[in-house]
Design a binder for this molecule. Structure first.
Ligand code: ATP
Length: 302
């Protein structure tokens, strides 16, 4: 169990915009099983409204899909949740501790120590080999080089790119680079993995495979995931889903193909908690078997 984020004030915490808000230092509604909670997020970029009144919860071990068309605000939402940007209003909690009042340095530590991120582009360091890229977050956390290398090598093997451990990114194909990026994000055993349309740029034959590999690796290690995708059917791989349109939550997205969930469990539940205590409809819990396998009855056309 990781510690909540360090809320120590930093001299460079110039973005401490919400620190004096009433109620900004506690969360009366978060539950023990919420790893993340967001309430009424509003965010505008360069005067353009991007998010409007978005709320959600992410529970321990859960896969939450955030789906919506291009420009609907998925990346902005993940960035607010991960502390990359501060919402204009609204609140975010990580394991019951407020993220929104934190300054830039504290949010940076939060991301380094507790969060993993996989973007649409792999964003590997070109001068480093695959294993060195994968070991990087561990080294930044102070893990000894030998242990970091062992963990990196192990995770590359789990992501089926162990044979490329000594290759630099330029020698890898796109799918291999993205697998390395996934290994890098998971090797540090993040408390939350943010995956921002991680397979959008891949060849169609590789998309479902890489996505399933990512999700099954996360599930088998009980890493909760916020998975953004422009493909509504991605929700069939998740426990719950949130649809976004023009920065507003629409509840669980319409999925045109049937999710292979236990009979009567319905489709992915709503992410704002409106479906009750557990809208997940999943058959396994955190740390359980790879229950992502076999859940989907449609092919992903992401
Ligand atoms: N820095 C910015 N300045 C101006 N507009 C922005 C900025 N960042 C995002 N936007 C706008 O906010 C909206 C949401 O962007 P965002 O990238 O979050 O959407 P998205 O759903 O992730 O899209 P995509 O699927 O194409 O990645 C878009 O209309 C985008 O143009």
């Amino acid at each position: 169990m990781v510690a909540p984020p360090d809320s120590t004030d930093d001299a460079d915490d110039a973005e401490d915009t919400h620190a004096d808000e009433p109620g900004g230092t506690g969360n009366p509604t978060a539950t023990d099983t919420d790893v993340l909670r967001a309430e009424a997020l509003h965010y505008a970029a360069d005067g353009v409204p991007v998010l409007a009144d978005v709320s959600l919860t992410l529970r321990e071990g859960e896969i939450l899909a955030v789906t919506g068309p291009p420009g609907s605000g998925k990346t902005a939402l993940l960035r607010c949740l991960a502390g990359q940007v501060v919402p204009d209003s609204g609140k975010v909690w990580f394991r019951g501790s407020p993220v929104h009042p934190l300054g830039a340095a504290a949010r940076e530590r939060l991301r380094r120590d507790h969060f993993g991120w996989v973007g649409t582009q792999p964003q590997l360091v070109p001068e480093l080999t695959a294993w060195e890229n994968t070991a990087l977050p561990l080294l930044l956390r102070g893990v000894r080089p030998r242990a970091a290398r062992a963990a990196a090598t192990d995770w590359l093997a789990r992501l089926d790119v162990g044979h490329r451990a000594r290759s630099r990114p330029a020698a890898l194909n796109r799918t291999e680079r993205q697998r390395v990026a996934v290994a890098r994000a998971l090797a540090a055993r993040p408390a939350v993995l943010f995956a921002d349309d991680p397979v959008a740029g891949l060849h169609s034959a590789d998309r479902a495979l890489v996505l399933r590999t990512l999700l099954s690796a996360a599930r088998s290690h009980a890493v909760p995931v916020v998975l953004a995708s422009h493909a509504p059917e991605t929700a069939t791989l998740a426990d719950r889903a949130l649809g976004l349109v023009d920065g507003r939550a629409t509840g669980a997205p319409a999925v045109t193909c049937g999710p292979a969930r236990p009979a009567g469990s319905g489709r992915a539940g709503r992410a704002d908690g409106a479906d009750g205590a557990d809208g997940a409809g999943r058959s396994g819990g955190p740390g359980g078997s790879d229950d992502s396998e076999g859940k989907t009855t449609c092919s992903l056309s992401v």
